[in-house]
Design a binder for this molecule. Sequence first.
Ligand SMILES: [Zn+2]
Length: 290
Amino acid sequence: MTNEIIRALVLDKSIRLYFTDNTKVLQEIMELSKIKDKVCYLALAKSVSIMSLLSVTLKTNERISAVITLTNQKQKIYADTDAAGNVRGYVNQALLEAHQQQNSDQSLQEFIGPNASIRMMKGFEMNQFTGITDMSYQNMDDDFAYYFKQSEQTDTMLQTNMEFDNNHFLIKSYGIYAQALPGTKEGSLEYVREQFAAENLAPLLLEMNDAEIEKELNQRFNNSKVMERKSIQFTCHCSKEMFYGFLFSLSDEELQKAIDLNISIDTKCHICGRQYTFSPSEIKTLLQTR
Ligand SMILES: [Zn+2]
């Protein structure tokens, strides 16, 4: 399943604007997440939506990953993306277990808590940049925007919007990301935010072709241009090699037993659900090498 990010320049090309209907990509990720609790579900969906928008800001080979550590420091949300538009997101086991029940009545603010933080890693291979900021807004969108203001000295606006059905299944998701370029007139970003909020502009634009979008944008923001559309999709980078670690965690006796009984050992990636099977002969090879 793929969606598109639309990149545009508005207000005399002083503001970079990115927006997307990322419903399909998010639905795929959320279904795999197995999260039942609605506030935990919302938190992951928002994190993934924000990261999906960032994919279009990356250069060749670059990737960016976010780790959100909630106020309960054992509970974490992971989301990442790369320049090719591959997007992933998941929560760790501690968070999943703490939110087993169907519907807690926590708000997003309570869920994040007063001492949460965002850690971001950006770059490729040896050229990694890491930054950390507190999540003092406790609402995700403004917390991520604040991260960019702090770490990249760039005024940023982020809005993620979602609709759910009665079973809290995601039925619609879209996101907007705007960045003020150096020298932008004061208040410009706030003006963009107001325009998008007042007229529910994003869903309208997302139904249009590039020429229509440009016309709509020009009516509100002077001298606007649609630059490109870029695909995003869910991709998990797991491989069988990564699951040898799980086999290593088993004792020699357990591995020997599988060989003796001639049975395979199955492992499963909890992010994408892919299953990796280790045959008795592969287990034997492993046992011989340790
Ligand atoms: Zn996987």
